[in-house]
Structures are given as C-alpha cells and as structure tokens.
Design a protein around this ligand. Structure first.
Ligand code: PHE
Length: 460
C-alpha cells in the first residue's frame, strides 16, 4: 500500500524498531530493581508469565489495529470503532507523554553517568543521591537527550527510526553479552545468580503481582498505542504474529540477560551477601560504579563507560517511540507538519518533566510528594514515582485491558483474524486459537481483574 506516511523498509527494520522501543531503561534499569524489591526470582516467574500469556496477545492486537488502519492511536480507534472510542487513544497518548517526561530524566542520569565514567569518576556511585539532586546538570543532559530523540524522529520512519534501530540494537546486544560474560567471572557471581533464579514463592504479595504486571506492560511498550503507531508503518506482507513473537522474545531476553549481568555484579560488591538487596531506583546507579572501580583504572573506565553508553542507547530507541506516538497523532489528525510537531512536542514534554527533574532532592515538596500505602505500609514517594505510578503502572494495564475488549467486541474477532492472516507465513492453528481465546476472555477478565484490584488497593 503506497502511503505518504512512511513505512518500515523490511521486517527486520520493523522488528528492530519495535524491539528498540520495548528494550530500554525498563529492561536494564527498572527490571533488576523491581526484581530486587519484589524478592528475586519469584518476581521473575510472574513477570514472564504475564509477558507471554497476557501481554503478547495485546501486542498482536495493537499491531493489527495499527496496520489495518494505517493511522495513529486516536485515528485508529475512530476508524475501527466510532468517534466515541477516540478517548482510548487520547488516554494512551497522554500516558505516553507523561512517561516520556520522567523517562527522559532517567535517560539524563544514564547519559551523565557515561560522561562521569569516561572521566574515571567512580565515586559517583556513592554520591548518587546528591548527583540526581543537581537539577542543572541533569536538566542539561535531559535537554541533550530530548534533542537527539527529536532529531531522529524528525527524520521520519525509514531514515530516522529504522536506521537508528538497525545500528543501536545489535550494538546493545553485543555489549550486554560481553558484560554478562565478564560478570560471571567475578567472585561470588553464583550468589547473585541464585538470588536471581531460584524463586521463593513466600515473597509474593499483592504488590509484587501488581508491579510485575505494570513492569510487563511498561517493558513491552504496551497499552498506550506505541505499537499501534509503529504497526501503522508495517507492510501488509509482514507476518504480525511472528513479528510480535520476535519483539516479545527480544525484550524478555534483554531484561533476563540484564538481570544475569547485574546480580553477579551486585553479589561481587556485597561479597556474596544478597540479604540486603532491596532494589530501588539507585540499584544500578549506586552499585555499579563501585564494581567498575574494582577493575582498575583503565578496564574500569572502558567497561563502565560501555555500560552507561549501552543504557543510553537502549533509552534512546525507547524515547524515540514515545515521542513518535503524539507526533503521529498531530501529523495525521491535526495535519501539522512533522518537524513542527516533533520539536513542539519535545519542548512541551521536556517542560512537563521539570517537576520530575526537581523531585529528586532539589525541591523538598516534589521529593517527598505523597504517602502511599503499599502492602499495608506507608511509603513516601516522589513526584517522579507518582507520575510513574499513574501513567505507567496504572494506565498501561488499563489501556491493555480496554484494547483487548475493543479488539474482540468492537472491531470483532473475525476482523482481527483476517488482518492477522495477511502475510501469515504458517498455517499453525494453535497460536491463532490462543490469541482468540486470550483477546476474548483471558485478557479482559484476568487483566481487567488485576487492574481493578490494583487501582482499588493502591488508591482507596
Ligand atoms: N519499553 C520501554 C522500556 O522498557 C519504555 C516504553 C514504555 C516505551 C511505553 C514506549 C512505550 O524502557
């Protein structure tokens, strides 16, 4: 289909771009600390089950909706449903805008750490708290990061997004494997691996389940229309089911490998004592520089800089997709020219991120923003945690539930199946059966129930 909206050039291009969206800070920064906070391997097991059983069918629905309509998140729902359904897309876009607003701040940390490592400043790990409170420098890194993101998005689909993903994703994979092998050679590596891989199911609480679900959606970039948007640039010759399987597997493997890389390092640093590992936003930022320092000045700089460069690359292919969602909306629906939409949105989102930037120590009211009840305990959270809780942990699973319901009962399952058969490369029926079952019953019921319980428990 010839469109002037742009299209991915090849299946590999689409899969890499979508996997680039999925693989990000969520995998390398957030996943390990969620594992740490959620008690280790039990979290991993639940997370994997959610990814494959609940998220994968939602991903397929999103890509199918996008490819069928060749439209942005709002336009797609309008076209397949009715004007009244545009709100799902709008909520998704809003969620994406807020996710990017804080995501960009963390990306700024990562990029700043890269610069620190290059200079051999390993003490930064102990000063993580004061480092992130310096809003001037973090703000500057965030500005650079948003600028590079906007530059890529302004170049469009093939020349910008696809090209960047084709270079960045393989580099990232190579770096992760290299660091993981290195981590295995360290003393006490085994203690870290055991902590990560041997589940203790007594650690599972309601909170662990909710955060595993939120993490699964966040990590796979689902529930807000990012994959509807990317799906709208996919050719009809591509097998959606197969591509979605590749994207899910890549994302889950990178998260899994990131854990395999980080926990041996943490164990090495704590001389094998994993009892004090509790997770938290500082897990990789506070602990890893100390590990790199132990390698001696030259190797420490090389490995340390490589790691944080990797983290920045991973974040970049995700910020690109987050920005593309509102941009596609403005370009399709409001007929705004791409460069204007890109730079306008990037500026707006950067500004929306300022409270998150200031809420890490610079401004007290934003740092201790509100009290939350988690597993019956009071906990003080920052503005950034708050935005994450609403936009990511709550809205993404909610969006996923509504997307499944929309696909099965508004767009209707026979239309979904017809779309999935276009470009399908195999005749295997069991997969199609599962997708149908999941979209009609499993996702609306299970996903819906967990989402509602989470909202009730957390906010009421
Ligand atoms: N999946 C990305 C990550 O893991 C974050 C993201 C969420 C990107 C939602 C796009 C949409 O870092």
């Amino acid at each position: 289909m010839a469109t002037n909206r742009g299209q991915f050039n090849s299946r590999l291009g689409f899969v890499l771009a979508a996997a680039g969206s999925a693989v990000g800070l969520g995998n390398i920064w957030k996943f390990p600390f969620e594992v740490g906070a959620g008690g280790g391997a039990a979290f991993v097991v639940i997370y994997l089950a959610f990814c494959f059983l609940l998220c994968f069918p939602v991903m397929i629905s999103e890509i199918a909706i996008g490819r069928k309509t060749q439209l942005n998140a709002v336009g797609a729902f309008k076209k397949l449903g009715h004007h009244n359904w545009a709100w799902i897309g709008l909520l998704g876009i809003l969620a994406g805008v807020f996710i990017l607003s804080f995501y960009n701040v963390v990306a700024g940390w990562a990029f700043g750490y890269f610069l620190q490592m290059v200079q051999g400043n390993f003490e930064i790990g102990q000063n993580f708290g004061s480092y992130i409170s310096k809003w001037e420098s973090i703000g500057l890194y965030g500005l650079v990061f948003m600028g590079v993101t906007a530059l890529i998005v302004s170049k469009g689909i093939q020349g910008g997004i696809e090209k960047a993903a084709k270079i960045l994703m393989p580099t990232l994979f190579a770096m992760i494997i290299g660091l993981m092998i290195y981590a295995f050679t360290l003393d006490d590596a085994m203690a870290g691996i055991e902590y990560y891989l041997i589940p203790d199911f007594s650690e599972i609480t309601g909170e662990v389940i909710y955060s595993a679900l939120g993490q699964a959606f966040f990590s796979l970039s689902l529930g807000m229309g990012a994959l509807i948007t990317y799906g709208s640039y996919v050719s009809r010759k591509q097998d959606i089911v197969r591509s979605a399987a590749m994207i899910t597997l890549t994302d889950v493997s990178v998260a899994f490998l990131a854990g395999l890389m980080i926990f041996p390092l943490v164990a090495f640093l704590n001389s094998g004592d994993m009892s004090s590992v509790s997770g938290g936003a500082g897990l990789i930022f506070a602990t890893l520089p100390g590990v790199f320092e132990g390698l001696g000045p030259i190797l420490g700089i090389v490995i340390g800089a490589t790691f944080f460069l990797l983290l920045s690359f991973a974040a970049l292919t995700s910020t690109v997709s987050l920005l593309e969602v509102p941009v596609a909306y403005l370009v399709d629906e409001k007929k705004i020219k791409r460069p204007v939409a890109v730079w306008g949105m990037a500026t707006l989102i950067f500004v929306l991120g300022i409270p998150s930037l200031l809420g890490n120590g610079a401004v007290e009211q934003l740092t201790s923003f509100m009290t939350l009840y988690r597993d019956g305990q009071e906990q003080m959270i920052s503005f950034m945690d708050f935005v994450e809780l609403i936009a990511s942990d709550t809205f993404l699973p909610l969006g996923g539930t509504v997307i499944a319901i929309f696909t099965a009962y508004v767009w209707k399952k026979h239309n979904l199946n017809a779309e999935l058969m276009e470009g399908r490369e195999t005749n295997s029926q069991w997969m199609m059966n599962y997708i149908n079952f999941a979209v009609m019953f499993f996702c609306p019921i299970i996903l819906g129930a967990i989402t509602i319980i989470t909202i009730l428990e957390r906010f009421f």
